[in-house]
Design a binder for this molecule. Structure first.
Ligand SMILES: Nc1ncnc2c1ncn2[C@@H]1O[C@H](COP(=O)(O)OP(=O)(O)OP(=O)(O)O)[C@@H](O)[C@H]1O
Ligand SMILES: [Mg+2]
Length: 152
């Protein structure tokens, strides 16, 4: 397990539980206003990571991806957690009319699944506004988790 404060890391997780534990460590480090952009294929493990993140923030409610709403909000932890999943927002119009802005300067922490979709709109995930996590599927149980702290 990597030790990290505000640096970047690149780590291979060998189980969903390990991915959740990495999420929990990250969750313990996040500060109010942080936005974590998650990228990776279907089934990569983004939601598993968010479950850990919630735990690391002290949220005890079970985390489910928002499906019919843009965002799920979890309070009760050290900071409020806003969980967005942009999978269904495929076109620039859909992205622009979704009302994402307020969650990019959150009163708490925002974590965004399918953050790549932001690039269909006016946002650049590379521009230093976001902390970035990319999950790559290596095998059935292995995931490469790359965290880039832009220093934002
Ligand atoms: N090392 C691992 N880390 C995370 N998940 C893993 C790992 N190995 C296997 N898995 C499995 O991969 C799946 C990850 O599902 P999850 O819902 O977290 O993906 P996701 O990236 O959120 O997908 P989606 O884009 O559909 O929202 C789970 O079924 C989980 O059990
Ligand atoms: Mg998911």
């Amino acid at each position: 397990m990597p030790v990290y404060s505000s640096e970047s890391f690149d780590f291979v997780s060998r189980s969903p539980d390990q991915t959740r534990r990495i999420g929990a460590r990250l969750g313990a480090l996040l500060r109010s206003g942080d936005v974590l952009a998650l990228s990776g294929d279907l089934g990569a493990g983004k939601t598993q990571l968010v479950r850990g993140l919630a735990r690391g923030l002290g949220v005890t409610t079970r985390v489910h991806s928002p499906t019919f709403t843009l965002v799920n909000e979890y309070s009760g932890g050290r900071l409020k957690l806003f969980h967005l999943d942009l999978y269904r927002l495929e076109t620039p119009d859909q992205i622009h009319s979704a009302g994402i802005e307020e969650f990019l300067q959150p009163d708490g922490v925002a974590v965004i699944e399918w953050a790549e979709r932001l690039e269909n709109g006016r946002w650049k995930v590379e521009d230093g506004k976001f902390r970035k996590v990319t999950i790559e599927v290596i095998s059935e149980t292995e995931r490469r988790i790359i965290y880039e702290d832009s220093g934002a």
